[in-house]
Ligand binder design. Sequence first.
Ligand SMILES: Cc1cc2nc3c(=O)[nH]c(=O)nc-3n(C[C@H](O)[C@H](O)[C@H](O)COP(=O)(O)OP(=O)(O)OC[C@H]3O[C@@H](n4cnc5c(N)ncnc54)[C@H](O)[C@@H]3O)c2cc1C
Length: 443
Amino acid sequence: MSKAILWFRNDLRLTDQPALNAALRKYKAILPVYILDERLLQPDRWGFTRMGPYRLNFLLESLEDLRDDLKEKGSDLLVKVGIPEKVIPELAKAHDCTAVFASHEYTHEELQTEAKLASHLPLHLYHSQLLFNPEDLPFAVEQTPDIFTQFRKRVEKYADIPLPLDPPETIATVAFEAESLPTLESLGYPAPVQDDRGVLAFKGGALAAYSRLDHYLWDTDALASYKQTRNGLIGADYSSKFSAWLANGSISARAIWHEVEAYEAERTKNKDTYWMKFELLWREYFKYVAMRYGRKIFFKGGIQDKSVRWKNSPKALHKWITGTTGDDFVDANMRELLYTGFMSNRGRQNVASYLVHQLKQDWRKGAAWFESLLVDYDVASNYGNWMYAGGVGNDPRDRVFNTQKQARDYDKDGAFRRLWLHEDERDPEEVIAQLGVLQAEHF
Ligand SMILES: Cc1cc2nc3c(=O)[nH]c(=O)nc-3n(C[C@H](O)[C@H](O)[C@H](O)COP(=O)(O)OP(=O)(O)OC[C@H]3O[C@@H](n4cnc5c(N)ncnc54)[C@H](O)[C@@H]3O)c2cc1C
């Protein structure tokens, strides 16, 4: 019997899953696996744990949900902790699988993993993170415009977004010994404390993703005023909060896009509903920037090869990560990130600008701290946005935010700052210690 591995990556879903559909078409049975890359559980070069407890918790919930969905289709999920390019060939050998099916990734480490794996086994890759298939675009990836507006106008005019694929009815699966999923505890992680001030109690998995989609569109009509509310700071509905589910692929960008269009057809079509699609195009754009520029998106000089002298002050960086800089708007946002794993887009723009322009620290340290803490960390969006903030990305202008003016504009009555900086506040040092996301010897 022909057998193949279905390797789940940032595509933790059965709906709109081209790799899964292709594997089932071409092979009699599949082995669904997820490999939790142990390298991501280690500290990075700045001393920050690459995947902190907020995202790991969300990921483990997502895997549990995926396993439940697979079971409903007569299948199951095998989860291992290790190095994918080593573990997958071993599993293939043990289960007589002769090929691997998976989704494309677009960034350096992930591409290296793919290349190593492909030297052991035929690897068939499909685009499941994108809105557009690269071959449908009116330009080659290497010619991705350097200005977002040019990218947007060309793709809006010339490219179609395929409809999401239905999930398979049943999934013929290779027999394997079921194992329990890893837990925070088994991985040596603490359970993060739930802070009730957070925008949302993020719950991983496709079930929660679709329920959030229904909530934001059909139940509350929040989408119909999204452009007006999207710069908010407090609460669940000023923006969609789709990012965390999009980042690990519990839901696809195409599924959201077409649901927005269904909403536009059935309920309201206005500048606000368009703006959700506009923002999804930003996400898309950063994927293409990553494809075009490869490793450069992680370099100090970014895609511009710009030479910038950063100051190296562990003290300043420590103040920034603990939300103790003295700038109350920056500090409130940094506390929200530390205590919940989330920060609004308005907050992210401000704290990034502050780190780069006020503290003059290397933008990559800020990107790495976000990588450790964000529940919605996405390599291309994070590094793409951070390059922007660092003045080494796609925007030729240096965008310096006046954080106090921003506070007056977006937190007029100070409610957001009071929420995160009141007197009997949690101690940020203790929270960092509790989360275990910082190797002290680096500071
Ligand atoms: C310094 C910095 C770092 C960031 N790091 C990340 C990251 O690691 N992961 C991530 O998903 N987003 C990142 N963003 C983008 C943006 O802040 C978040 O996508 C957004 O705040 C998530 O909340 P939401 O889902 O409610 O967004 P909404 O406002 O509801 O937007 C809908 C969707 O559009 C996309 N989107 C919106 N704004 C952006 C943007 N500026 N860039 C790319 N996509 C966007 C997201 O997929 C988002 O879920 C970063 C922004 C900055 C300034």
